[in-house]
Design a protein around this ligand. Structure first.
Ligand code: FPP
Length: 288
């Protein structure tokens, strides 16, 4: 579709990028990274080996997204449920992995002008991890390119609960709740993602067809792309394939596009009257 390819893409990525329309890139992509355990199991390795391999997928995906000019990328790294339902050894490993990732990737994030931020309830994470998170955020805060958001100890339902609490708190500090009028904009302005546009595209790896409590409010109109690729095998080129699929879709936001958007008269035999029996309309020739 176009010849100009951003620098830094490898041969496969450049080939995939050529099929994209750079004027219609998603403004925000959200990814549910899944399949680390299955990746390890297939190789007769412990689950943590899958998480470890998942870091290369994070690196490739983040760099490619930044290089092609995606304004915002959000990665679902650890859900609130992950803490409750996984063995402590695995959770502790994931914490150490996150700490190491933040330290090791800082130069790459800066080289790619990426600003790092988080969503979730960080106060429930180990203190040393919180410190490392603050350090990495601070050290990328002057970057002006892609916003990379890591969802850590995140749950969409908790986020909505926190938004309600935040609305009530600010109302009580500003004259009470008697005159409080809540609309969609107000709710959105109290979510963790208030500084981000809603995702246009959500990607889930490993073939599962679930949202798993991820950005439930913000994904209302997102296009969903599910790939059977397991997360540790996912690379920038797979992200570009997802974007190509997204660009093929017709986004309607509940409305109609093209010819259908024009008013269409309703033929009498299809119309509904009060004494209708609501059965299928008969072809005109059979209507008495
Ligand atoms: C889901 O796979 C993955 C996770 C719960 C953890 C995600 C972590 C990473 C991708 C690695 C590190 C990330 C950062 C940001 C440093 P799963 O274990 O549920 O896989 P399964 O469904 O096959 O068991």
């Amino acid at each position: 579709m176009q010849d100009k390819v951003p620098t830094g893409l490898d041969r496969k990525e450049a080939e995939a990028y050529r099929h994209l329309d750079p004027k219609r890139l998603p403004r925000h992509i959200a990814i549910i990274m899944d399949g680390n355990g299955r990746w390890a199991k297939r190789r007769h390795m412990p689950r943590v080996a899958g998480h470890r391999a998942g870091v290369s997928a994070v690196r490739s995906t983040v760099e490619t997204a930044a290089r092609i000019g995606i304004p915002a990328l959000t990665l679902y790294a650890f859900s609130e449920e992950n803490w409750k339902k996984r063995p402590k050894t695995e959770v502790d490993f994931l914490m150490r992995l996150l700490g190491r990732y933040l330290k090791a990737e800082l130069p790459t994030l800066n080289q790619n002008n990426i600003r790092l931020q988080y969503i979730g309830r960080p106060q429930q994470l180990p203190e040393d991890v919180q410190k490392r998170m603050d350090w990495a955020r601070e050290n990328t805060s002057r970057n002006t390119g892609m916003i990379l958001t890591l969802a850590l100890n995140y749950s969409a339902r908790s986020e909505i609960v926190d938004a309600f609490r935040s609305i009530l708190k600010s109302a009580s500090q500003n004259g009470g709740i008697e005159d409080l009028e809540i609309d969609e904009e107000m709710v959105a302005n109290h979510l963790y993602t208030r500084h981000l546009p809603d995702p246009d595209l959500v990607v889930r790896t490993s073939g599962e067809m679930r949202l798993s409590n991820f950005l439930l409010w913000q994904l209302a109109y997102a296009e969903i792309y599910v790939t059977s690729t397991l997360w540790p095998d996912f690379r920038g080129v797979h992200l570009l394939e997802g974007i190509a699929e997204y660009q093929k879709r017709e986004r309607r936001y509940g409305g109609l596009n093209g010819d259908h958007a024009h008013p269409q008269p309703i033929p009498a035999e299809f119309d509904i009257t009060d004494d209708d029996d609501a059965s299928e309309p008969q072809p005109a020739s059979k209507v008495r």
